[in-house]
Design a binder for this molecule. Structure first.
Ligand SMILES: *[C@@H]1O[C@H](CO)[C@@H](O)[C@H](O)[C@H]1NC(C)=O
Ligand SMILES: *[C@@H]1O[C@H](CO)[C@@H](O)[C@H](O)[C@H]1NC(C)=O
Ligand SMILES: *[C@@H]1O[C@H](CO)[C@@H](O)[C@H](O)[C@H]1NC(C)=O
Ligand SMILES: *[C@@H]1O[C@H](CO)[C@@H](O)[C@H](O)[C@H]1NC(C)=O
Ligand SMILES: *[C@@H]1O[C@H](CO)[C@@H](O)[C@H](O)[C@H]1NC(C)=O
Ligand SMILES: *[C@@H]1O[C@H](CO)[C@@H](O)[C@H](O)[C@H]1NC(C)=O
Ligand SMILES: *[C@@H]1O[C@H](CO)[C@@H](O)[C@H](O)[C@H]1NC(C)=O
Ligand SMILES: *[C@@H]1O[C@H](CO)[C@@H](O)[C@H](O)[C@H]1NC(C)=O
Ligand SMILES: *[C@@H]1O[C@H](CO)[C@@H](O)[C@H](O)[C@H]1NC(C)=O
Ligand SMILES: *[C@@H]1O[C@H](CO)[C@@H](O)[C@H](O)[C@H]1NC(C)=O
Length: 710
């Protein structure tokens, strides 16, 4: 007894969109839709071409310039242009040489709503290379599917039904090293939230096939018959020896069940086994699909939705009754009897796994059934996780503003932090389970940035390291930067900043919670001559912190320091008479090239080469004063040091240098920053201090802080 006659529906791992082929489409009515919440984008359409109405659907299509800032427009090769070609397939936007390129679409209904997103791809040898690419699509920070472009002359389609949690959603094309991603068109369609319950906040449905079964159905059904503009493609691999059509001119009602519905135009046709066929003798319908595995989902979970309606008047003793099995397993205990002219659906709520993406259904007439099974339509999906969350929206907004202001190219597209493999260049992020990623480090060093420092940086509330060194920032340093609670390093070295260091930042530096680097900003007030009012206080702040606890034991030390400061101020004032005191003695000795007075210093002497090693060739500037720059360094034993190197152009003389060295070394206290050593190597002179930073300094700070201009 032969039972398993198989009406195989060949799997369509990709779909050919026959849309736009003239004469194929039903077009009902001429009025363009208005408040549908639809977004229809003709990718690669020049901006000046403007909006136009699609001949088939009467939906307005717009150029894509407003939705992406990446890529370039191309026309397809003339040999692929047919008179019937839909306008949106005549051009593409392609994205050479970038890892990820994105379109940002508005969530037109509300946050958390459900949408159908559809991208179409018609290669048409637009690049003249005759090379069909393979690339990935992402929906925001989640993998959607791999797009394997297998034909140059027909549009291929990708569709996903997903909940969009935010006010916008990104569709990203990801270069996987197998050709340049491109796109022809992009549609966003709101879907009633109750539809497709398998699509939820953490799972989306990727379309494999959506079929309208029926022989006469040569037409594609979509908008406006389908209010969600789903594209129902007629089953083309029809074997008319095996199947016959049942159809009705009467409208098929939507089921009360709000979870599924297919448009009446789709439901008005169905297939049943042809009398005398193998399927008829076995009284079964068998259909199967395969979802292609991909690198992200080697065993895709699959979901099927099968639509039924009784189209014939079944009267008297006649009955149509069948059972249904998925992948060989009986689906429902009770046999199923389609209702007359009412749409109904069978579906699986949980994705089937473990069959390598294979999915088959068997409709088997029961013994009591006088009629053979029928089926009107079917949808088949694979599921993908949408559990990856996007970066904290405030961080995203700040980065978007920074990107917009500076036209930073690099790989800045899509989400800044996710997925981890596509983090923006110059960023580091923190990732915590079920929390949005946060931006913790931003390096825009040598970024060619100019103008006033924008406030956007102060909106990156989780940032720890902000490196804006070697740009052309002008104006003053925004004090708001001091309000970044986690900021530990702020590098402003090598800009054109002016004014003084704002009090908030000073305070953060003094309490040790922040390391500020601001060297090579010639107009910054901390830097000598340009800043008169601060000169009285200290000429170069922060080169080294010296802590003076209010303790009787260090009063002497403090006095000595004060003395030093006073003397320095006098000494550095232009045109003032330098006091003839012990300093001159040192001066004369050093002028004679005799350095033995330095031997009195109870510290180590370093060569210039030692300093180079210590500071990694003077790589990191901690600060800068009239004397010269202060560099970050390490001794061989790991001790962090600050190396203050006298610059050639220093207004401070050799004599002052030596005086300071000598005076400072006389002050010894455990709570004072100690001098580690000095360098007097030919023309090169430097002082080397223990460098207290961050927690280290904070721990030690107890009393009054005196910032000494060294
Ligand atoms: C793309 O499709 C071609 C032809 O079907 C196939 O040979 C190739 O392996 C596919 N590539 C990927 C990455 O799936
Ligand atoms: C979405 O559906 C999947 C599969 O049924 C389920 O595991 C997951 O918990 C659902 N997510 C939400 C947020 O309801
Ligand atoms: C099927 O064909 C047989 C003879 O070939 C005929 O007797 C029967 O009525 C047909 N059934 C239907 C439903 O057309
Ligand atoms: C249906 O799927 C099951 C499970 O994968 C398999 O064992 C069975 O052979 C399939 N039947 C057909 C007709 O493909
Ligand atoms: C079809 O139904 C018959 C009885 O109605 C049953 O014996 C048979 O096992 C069923 N076949 C399948 C594949 O479910
Ligand atoms: C089939 O018909 C018999 C007799 O009419 C009835 O007793 C039985 O319940 C029916 N079976 C089903 C599955 O409907
Ligand atoms: C931080 O980002 C840079 C690139 O910007 C990268 O080279 C580095 O590995 C990242 N660090 C961490 C800890 O992820
Ligand atoms: C910051 O970026 C600059 C320029 O891209 C680079 O030279 C430097 O190494 C980066 N710094 C860090 C700590 O990654
Ligand atoms: C700053 O601007 C000047 C001229 O405006 C330019 O020569 C220089 O290269 C710029 N520096 C940086 C670091 O961008
Ligand atoms: C700082 O620079 C800005 C623009 O570069 C200028 O308008 C402002 O007057 C300068 N301020 C000081 C104190 O020099």
């Amino acid at each position: 007894m032969e039972r398993s006659t198989r009406g195989a529906m060949a799997a369509r791992s990709w779909l050919l969109l026959l849309l736009g082929l003239a004469g194929v489409l039903h077009v009902h009515g001429q009025c363009a839709p208005d408040s549908t919440g639809f977004v229809s984008i003709d990718c690669g359409q020049p901006e000046q071409a403007g909006r136009y109405v699609d001949a088939a659907t009467k939906l307005p299509y717009v150029p894509d310039g407003a939705y992406t800032d990446a890529g370039a427009n191309h026309n397809i090769s003339p040999e692929y242009i047919k008179p019937t070609s839909s306008k949106r397939y005549l051009n593409v936007r392609s994205f050479p040489g970038v890892a990820r390129s994105c379109y940002t679409l508005p969530s037109t209904v509300a946050r958390g709503s459900k949408y159908l997103l559809r991208a179409t791809f018609m290669y048409g040898n637009y690049d003249g290379l005759s090379r069909l690419p393979v690339f990935d699509l992402h929906l925001g920070v989640n993998f959607w599917r791999t797009m394997n472009i297998t034909t140059a002359d027909k549009p291929q389609l990708a569709e996903i039904i997903a909940v969009v949690p935010d006010e916008s959603v990104q569709v990203c094309l990801v270069d996987t090293g197998s050709g340049t991603p491109f796109i022809s068109a992009l549609d966003l369609r709101p879907v009633r939230d109750t539809l497709y319950p398998q699509a939820n906040a953490t799972q989306a449905l990727v379309l494999v096939d959506r079929t309208n079964l029926g022989l006469s159905g040569a037409a594609i059904v979509r908008y406006p018959e389908d209010p969600y503009d789903r594209v129902w493609i007629p089953w083309s691999e029809i074997d008319s020896n095996e199947w016959t059509e049942i159809s009705t001119p009467e409208k098929v009602k939507e089921l009360a069940d709000p979870r599924f519905n297919a448009p009446s135009a789709v439901m008005q046709t169905a297939i049943t086994p042809r009398n005398g066929s193998r399927s008829a003798s076995s009284r079964t319908i068998e259909l199967s699909w395969d979802a292609a595995p991909n690198h992200a989902y080697p065993d895709p979970g699959v979901i099927g939705i099968v639509y039924f309606a009784e189209l014939e008047a079944v009267a008297g003793a006649a009955a149509r009754q069948f059972e249904m099995a998925i992948n060989g397993k009986l689906w429902s205990k009770a046999p199923f009897m389609p209702q007359h002219l009412v749409c109904d659906a069978f579906f699986n709520s949980e994705a089937h796994r473990g069959f390598g993406g294979h999915y088959n259904i068997t409709l088997n007439a029961t013994a009591n059934s006088t009629l053979l099974p029928t089926i009107n339509a079917a949808e088949f999906f694979s599921v993908v996780s949408t559990a990856n969350v996007a970066t904290e929206s405030k961080d995203v907004a700040a980065m978007a503003a920074i990107k917009a202001k500076y036209e930073v190219k690099k790989n800045w597209a899509g989400d800044p932090c996710a997925p981890k493999t596509l983090v923006w260049e110059g960023l580091n992020c923190s990732y915590a389970i079920s929390m949005p990623p946060r931006i913790t480090r931003l390096n825009m060093s040598f970024g060619g940035l100019s103008g006033a420092m924008p406030s956007h940086f102060t909106n990156l509330k989780a940032i720890k390291y902000l490196d804006l060194s070697y740009n052309n920032f002008t104006g003053s340093i925004p004090n708001a930067l001091s309000e970044l609670p986690f900021l530990v390093v702020l590098d402003l070295t090598g800009n054109q900043l002016n004014g003084s260091i704002p009090s908030g930042l000073m305070k953060r530096m003094q309490d040790g919670s922040l390391t500020l680097r601001y060297g090579k900003n010639p107009n910054l007030c901390s830097n000598s001559a340009s800043c008169e009012h601060t000169e009285k206080k200290s000429k170069s702040m922060l080169a080294v912190y010296i802590v003076v606890p209010i303790l009787a034991t260090v009063v002497i030390g403090a006095l000595a320091l004060l003395l030093l400061i006073m003397r320095k101020k006098q000494g550095s004032k232009k045109g003032s008479v330098k006091p003839e005191n012990e300093a001159s003695g040192v001066h004369s000795q050093s002028r004679n090239g005799d350095t033995h007075s330095l031997l009195q210093l109870d510290n180590r002497r370093f060569t210039y080469k030692d300093l180079q090693v210590m500071t990694n060739n003077f790589k990191t500037v901690l600060g800068r004063g009239g004397f010269g720059s202060v560099y970050d360094g390490f001794l061989a034993d790991g001790t962090q040091v600050a190396v203050k190197l006298r610059s050639e152009s220093s207004s401070q003389g050799v004599r002052e240098f030596l005086t300071e060295a000598q005076t400072l070394t006389k002050i010894h206290h455990k709570n004072l920053v100690s001098m580690v050593g000095y360098c007097k190597d030919g023309e090169h002179m430097a002082l080397v201090y223990e460098h207290m930073s961050e927690g280290n300094l904070e721990d030690k700070l107890r009393g009054k802080i005196v910032i000494v201009d060294l």
